[in-house]
Write a protein that binds this ligand. Structure first.
Ligand code: SF4
Ligand code: SF4
Length: 375
């Protein structure tokens, strides 16, 4: 295992982190026997970063992590996250955090994050309820060692979020497909400028990059590595990355990942490797409907439309499959307690188009989103 230094703490963190959201299950519950073996194998292979969250496995993931990591607690870093959707009053943060420590059977969390912020309305709500005071307090008490934020926000919102508090690390989506479309390299560079640690999620883009079956794409990486290996290699190549999460639920996957992370580190990619992945990206991009880079400059829409999310889901529907796009669209534009932010709310005022650096015909594409997703 190769290790990287977390800038805020100097901790030596394994380049491979265990994402604890996808353990094997039996009758809807975590299969402790199987899952423990995975954790043991990963620990023996040098993995020392374990990433959970309050809602993973309906709350069972943190309990399992506490159980499985108890014997090696001092040799691992535990990360977990505060669920902003479940915060309605200041006490909720303290109550949930106390519950998390209890579940994890520990007196402190090493890396504590605000979970999955993609919507500024949610961020404003939790900051208005005293999020920063809460973070200051649990850090001062030593119950959370380091504070970060995980985000799927567009570039402009992401920068605003990171600047709003003294965050020490970020968790972002980074992979060779999204590198130009989502925050990608600009986010890494922004993190480096601020000396933030970077935990990478979705290195395989939810399985899209590890499950390539198209012979033309496979031919491009023949002799270089498996699809999963190439996707990891791309992320590991970047020196700004501190740790790459993988939600491992099979022993073969743990073993393959350990081999990959033993072999490859910073600067592992040759120009020829990059060329092959660029070509695969180009083949995916042929199916893209709208060339939105998710910069967020068009936002906010006065009528509440989440434009970048609408376009990301539209593209996913064509590049992956319709169900994948529709599912994300439903979750991200129709959050309980918030007004619908789907494309159907567009009043065609045109304000957004004046601000789009890509000069996209936003209104036209939003009509397509509405037609394909039904609202
Ligand atoms: S054109 Fe539609 S999406 Fe754009 S700002 Fe106006 S209402 Fe919002
Ligand atoms: S529509 Fe244009 S301005 Fe809005 S996020 Fe996409 S590229 Fe940026």
């Amino acid at each position: 295992m190769k290790y990287r230094i977390m800038p805020c703490s100097g901790d030596r963190i394994s380049a491979l982190g265990f994402g604890c959201m996808r353990f094997p299950t039996i009758d809807g519950n975590i299969d402790y026997d199987k899952a423990e073996k995975l954790i043991e194998k990963a620990f023996e292979g040098g993995v020392n970063y374990y990433d959970g969250a309050y809602p993973y496995h309906g709350g069972q993931a943190e309990v399992f992590m506490g159980h499985a990591l108890k014997g090696v607690r001092d040799n691992v870093f535990i990360a977990t996250k505060l669920p902003p959707q479940q915060i309605e009053k200041p006490e909720d943060m303290y109550r949930i955090f106390d519950e998390q420590l209890k579940r994890l059977a520990t007196d402190h969390v090493d890396y504590y994050l605000l979970h999955g912020i993609s919507d500024m309305r949610v961020y404003r709500k939790v900051t208005g309820l005293g999020l920063f005071e809460f973070f200051d307090r649990i850090k001062k008490e030593g119950r959370a060692k380091h504070i970060g934020v995980s985000s799927h926000a567009n570039e402009s919102d992401f920068k605003q979020i990171v600047k709003s508090y003294d965050y020490e690390f970020v968790q972002i989506q980074f992979n060779y497909y999204d590198v130009l479309r989502q925050m990608g390299i600009p986010a890494l560079e922004f993190a480096r400028e601020r000396d933030l640690g970077v935990i990478v999620m979705e290195p395989q883009r939810g399985g899209m990059l590890s499950n390539i079956s198209d012979p033309e794409k496979l031919q491009l990486i023949k002799g270089k590595g498996t699809p999963a290996e190439m996707a990891f290699r791309f992320v590991l190549d970047r020196p700004e990355v501190t740790c790459v999460l993988s939600g491992m639920n099979q022993m073969e996957q743990v073993e393959e990942n350990l081999r990959t992370f033993d072999r490859f580190g910073e600067g592992n990619m040759s120009p020829d490797d990059h060329k092959a992945l660029d070509e695969i990206r180009r083949m995916y991009e042929e199916k893209i409907q709208v060339g939105c880079t998710a910069c967020g400059y068009c936002m906010p829409c006065p009528f509440g439309v989440d434009i970048p999310i609408s376009f990301r889901c539209l593209n996913d529907a064509h590049m992956v499959n319709h169900e994948a796009g529709q599912r994300t669209y439903n979750v991200m534009t129709n959050r309980p307690g918030y007004p619908d932010s789907g494309a159907g709310n567009c009043r065609e005022c045109g304000a957004c188009e004046k601000k789009c650096p890509q000069h996209l015909e936003i209104r036209k594409y939003l009509k397509q989103v509405k037609a394909e997703f039904g609202r």
